[in-house]
Structure formats: C-alpha cells, structure tokens
Design a protein around this ligand. Structure first.
Ligand code: A2P
Length: 275
C-alpha cells in the first residue's frame, strides 16, 4: 500500500513512516501498534527523542518481523566525532534492542563544531560493517552536503529537512535531488499549524479528505519521504490513507503559493548548536 522509494545505495525506504518526536515510551506502545496495523513499516526516532527503548519494545510487541520494518535513528550533536559516534551508535542499538538499523542519520550539521566529516566517516564504516543498512543526514544545507561528499566520496542517501506548505525549501530539495539524495520531510504537517489554512481546507472539502491528508498527498506527489507524527490511532490511520487520490495542477499551484521564507518552525541549521 505504501510505495517504496529507491535510495542511492540500492536499499529501499517506505515513502511514508511514523514520526515519534515527543512521544513517550508508553504512548509508543499504542501508536506503533496502530501504525503497523495501518500498514506503516517505517519508524523515525533519534537519540535526542529519548524514546529508542520504547520504539524497540513497541516494534517487538507489534508482531511485525524486524526485517519487514525500516527503523531510523540519529546521532545527537554532542556525540559527533568518529569515536564518540561509534559509541553513540552502539548505545542506540542497545536501547532499541536491535542488531542493526535501516538508516542512521547525523541529526544536525553544527558547522561551528566542525565535526561533521569525522562523524560521516564513522557512519560510512558502520554501513560497511552492516550495522546500518543506509546512512544519511538531517538539516544539511548544500555546502554541508558537499563537504561530506568531497572529503569521503560517499553521498548521503537521505537529507531529512523541515518541509511543509509554509516552508517548502524548493532550492534545498532540488540540491538534494541533483546529488541523488532523497528529501525526507520532518514536521510535514507544520506541527499541525497548516491544517486550518483556507487553501488547504478548501482542497480538502472538494476532495472529501482531511487537511492532513491533502498536505501529506502534496508531499508524496512532490517525491518527499514523509514522517507525520501522531500518537492517536485514528489520525495515524488517516495519515496513511493518502494513496488513493490525487491533487490537480491547480491544487499544486495553490499550495506552492503558500511558501514563505519566514515559515521555518525549527532552528536554522547554519547556527543551531544545542548540545
Ligand atoms: P497528535 O499526536 O495528537 O495526532 P508534524 O508531523 O508536522 O510535526 O505534526 C504533528 C502534530 O500534528 C501533532 O501535534 C499531531 O497531534 C498532529 N497531527 C498529526 N496528524 C494529524 C491529523 N491527521 N489531523 C490533525 N492533527 C494531526
């Protein structure tokens, strides 16, 4: 039901997955059960979310075989650098109680720290050792991507960035595409803020869909991998029911016009250095 997209290393990723930022271990037990029942196979966590153990336990309890799932986690800023990243990766696997992940990502570039290339070398070695199937980054701007590629010759498979109708990042998505990198959208619903915008609600009533479904369908048709976050079983199922309708060119034009340079919700990747 959920299409698989090909990564530049030959592996595949489900185009839609479950985001779990701010979800507690207890909430995840129900959310991941609802998600797997609705057909989700991709779960996106991070060291920073402090819920890797909850994700691991809930995936086991879901009854879906590990090899059918696509599990992502990320190295946090204070664990950047070759050795620290190696240690952080093992600690993440231990909390997940898994012997590999499908995707391991650098969470932020932290340019002021200057450790992204060393961190990337650790990810390359983890992939070679089969501990993670694929490797990538989050929140990297084009010069940050090029620094990794020039230093190592290895291109990230994914760049997970903030994308929603209010902040579409078309230039960065094009920069990803030009390098063979898939764009994965975090906060694809703008953390819920874009759901009541008239352009979206009008399209939703015409198509007899919810605003969230219209926005997620827009991402799918733009070629993004999406990871909407919800801990509510009904909304989790609703968010995956976006593969049986299509937006028109007019709908795309309306949503494209919502793009705003000031629409960013999260931090600026050039300056964000939280440890
Ligand atoms: P909840 O977990 O209560 O469903 P984003 O993924 O852009 O960060 O957005 C996540 C926010 O949007 C969460 O607050 C989530 O709340 C809410 N949300 C997720 N799916 C839907 C939906 N289908 N309709 C309304 N709100 C939603």
């Amino acid at each position: 039901m959920i299409p698989m997209l090909k990564l530049n290393d030959g592996h595949k990723i489900p185009q839609l997955g479950l985001g779990v930022w701010q979800a507690s271990d207890a909430e995840l037990m129900g959310a991941i059960k609802a998600a797997t029942q609705a057909g989700y196979r991709q779960i996106d966590t991070a060291r920073r979310y402090d819920n890797e153990a909850g994700v691991g336990a809930a995936v086991k309890a879901s009854g879906v075989a590990r090899e059918e799932m696509f599990i992502t986690t990320k190295v946090w800023n204070n664990d950047q650098g070759y050795d620290a990243t190696m240690r952080a990766f093992e600690a993440s696997l231990k909390r997940l109680d898994m012997d590999y992940v499908d995707l391991f990502l650098i969470h932020w570039p932290v340019p002021a720290q200057g450790l992204a290339v060393e961190t990337w070398k650790a990810l390359i070695d983890l992939q070679k050792a089969g501990r993670t199937r694929s490797i990538g980054v989050c929140n990297f701007l084009a010069p940050h991507l090029d620094a990794l590629i020039e230093a190592t010759g290895v291109t990230p498979a994914i760049n997970q960035i903030e994308i929603h109708p209010d902040f579409q990042q078309r230039d960065l998505v094009a920069a990803n595409t030009a390098r063979g990198i898939l764009s994965q959208a975090w906060s694809p619903l703008g953390q819920g803020q874009t759901l009541t915008v008239p352009q979206i609600t009008q399209i939703a009533s015409r198509l007899d869909r919810t605003p969230a479904q219209v926005i997620l369908r827009w991402h799918i048709e733009r070629g993004h991998v999406v990871i909407p976050k919800s801990v509510n079983a009904g909304r989790i199922a609703q968010n995956a029911a976006v593969f049986d309708f299509a937006l028109s060119e007019e709908d795309h034009a309306l949503i494209e016009a919502m793009d705003s340079a000031s629409g960013r919700i999260g931090p600026d990747p050039q300056t964000f250095d939280m440890m």
